[in-house]
Design a protein around this ligand. Sequence first.
Ligand code: BG6
Length: 479
Amino acid sequence: MNKIYHFPSEFLWGGATAANQLEGAYREGGKGLSIADVLPGGKVRLELLAGASFNFEIDKEKYVYPNHDGIDFYHRYKEDIALFAEMGFKAFRMSIAWSRIFPNGDELTPNEEGLKFYDDVFDELHKYGIEPVVTISHYEMPLHLVKAYGGWKNRKLISFFERYAKTLFERYKDKVKYWLTFNEINGAIHFPILSLGFLPDNKNTRLQHIFQALHHQFVASSLAVKAAHEMIPDVKVGCMLIYAPTYSFDCHPENVLHALQEGRIFNYLCGDVQVRGEYPAFAKRFFKENGIEINIHDGDLELLKQYPVDFISFSYYMSRTVKKEKSPEEMTSGNIIGGVKNPFLKASDWGWEIDPIGLRIALNELYDRYQKPLFVVENGLGAYDKVEEDGSINDDYRIDYLREHIKAMGEAIEDGVELIGYTSWGCIDLVSASTGEMSKRYGFIYVDKDDQGNGTLERRKKKSFYWYKRVIETNGKEI
Ligand code: BG6
């Protein structure tokens, strides 16, 4: 007999995306260039993310740029939202491209055409009773802020972001209740280029710059919480973390201690500031030992304390196993962060280890620590899909992956965790953030486009489409 899980009646089932990975139309509607627009597809993207030197220019002779056209959601959002509605989505997580609203990022007045586009998208969602969950900044800051200001290292970005966030709150106050400030804010500790807008430079200043820039984002996030609460009744603003429970490779106390230390810097430092409103005690030693001195202005700490987030959203793809002394052969790749191979886990075609129990652990760890509502806003399996001769796509591997993770959420709810929703990543195939590939597919809906940009962009329902529809219909009772 299959166990029946009990999800709350208002549970927000849905899917998640990010503007730069699906909209396309990168130069339409008055949009400015963003950092995502200059990142090429293929292996070279990972090298850039890891810190190779880079001039932030587009070079179409040398590279392909899959984000430029994405999956053309910009023109096809009505068709796509109708498919989400057919699956019964209660929520749709999407992001707003900052450079559609403020093409350079530092203007005083917003671009009306950009604002209008999202008005239309929100109206279309509401037509079907789908709740938008909106990320304000998801790996796509305006390129001008990178080139002219050096990204988030520069404190001026706080006021640009505040203006941008207030513009969104004012315009969409009747349409959006759930907001997330910065996507995977802690991911910047490893890959600053995506969200902080600068290359990780020489080793001596790398961490200094990253944590100074993160401090600016913490302040900006609190200002956004403050503004949202002043401007929108019943609003909920969340932080967004990458969460990977950190396992010790074995029970050697050195490794256990290492796992504790690695885990809390990566998983908790940002969350502690955004949720508890203060830097955790362990940060002080970490900063001291790494020569990090954060320039904190008068009033910053009070602001952080006064305006913490209302809930915690996070992405969960994998756990991470660590060991103090390791060799390169022992390593595995992963979402932003890798670790050593866990002998008990299988991995995806991209080396991301599959660990549904890790999601239950993540939920429990986060709830034990923060006692605030949790929202899983990303989870899923990036896989190669095959279109059969009859046009069907039998993605049983994806169904198996999602089923086990949904069960893990059901168990966590029984453990007492307050979980408000689940939006699986890339509910419609889109461009991969780490590799720029289309062939790394997550969707319930197949999009006919390959890594070189060829294809009709036709949408096609996969087997998982019908399965997820049933999951939502039964509120997780039939998985
Ligand atoms: C998260 C990001 O890190 O993982 C998404 O928030 C991203 O933008 C997702 O797409 C999956 O990663 P990838 O590299 O497989 O696209």
